[in-house]
Design a binder for this molecule. Sequence first.
Ligand SMILES: Nc1ncnc2c1ncn2[C@@H]1O[C@H](COP(=O)(O)OP(=O)(O)OP(=O)(O)O)[C@@H](O)[C@H]1O
Length: 240
Amino acid sequence: MTLLLDAVTLAYRDRPVLEGVDLEIRTGEILVIAGASGCGKSTLLRALAGLLPVTSGRLLDRGEPVRGPSADRALMFQDDALLPWRSARRNVELPLAIRGMPRAERTSRADEWLARVGLAGLELRLPRDLSGGQRQRVQLARVLAGGPRAVLMDEPFGALDPQTRREMQRLLVEVWNAETTVVFVTHDVEEALTLGDRVAVLGGGGLADLVEIPLPRTSADPSLRARVLTALGAPALETT
Ligand SMILES: Nc1ncnc2c1ncn2[C@@H]1O[C@H](COP(=O)(O)OP(=O)(O)OP(=O)(O)O)[C@@H](O)[C@H]1O
């Protein structure tokens, strides 16, 4: 297990957002966090990133309390977080530079990752000369190039058009290395069922349900979809 939440309560000032959350995040899984707007998905992700301390309970990373951000738990947002004055290559090199990798090695590693996400030949482009989907590919390459043990993604594909979004979902599963734990926030049920090994549904101030999604990911059982929708508080779904 990578990350463990034990009776975790998260609050802003004195107002709790989530209370008594117990969740074991397994090494190498893709855990999707789903839930209605405002239920606390980003709050939970922020706590996992070490950006928000728990109000009560325990949040452990390999047995040690999470006390702050770490390169081992990399964050990826929907917003375009690329540095606009740096080329795609230089952006991907960032986490490698932080880890102290020598220049030549980090350039070849960055180019390798850019090729893996389908951007070979565009290494020297500035973010403004790339499409939204291409910029998200650079972000994905950057986040994975650093070799974090866990990647925490907050609606990373939310701003993309539906087709690019599906391409990015496929790409994530393709380039994801089974040793890397992914925690992926979305409010989109299809995205949750496509990507997740498990879907943690937040609601009512806590963990409403935790649904295992068997492989293959692409043929989600309608009863699982119905269960996730019910946990989300959606109207009952006709399953034919
Ligand atoms: N910095 C903050 N200070 C006070 N309250 C906050 C803060 N950030 C979020 N909240 C509140 O905490 C609750 C949970 O917010 P959070 O952003 O975690 O929800 P979410 O599930 O990610 O929503 P969405 O799907 O809309 O992004 C909301 O009621 C929100 O208003």
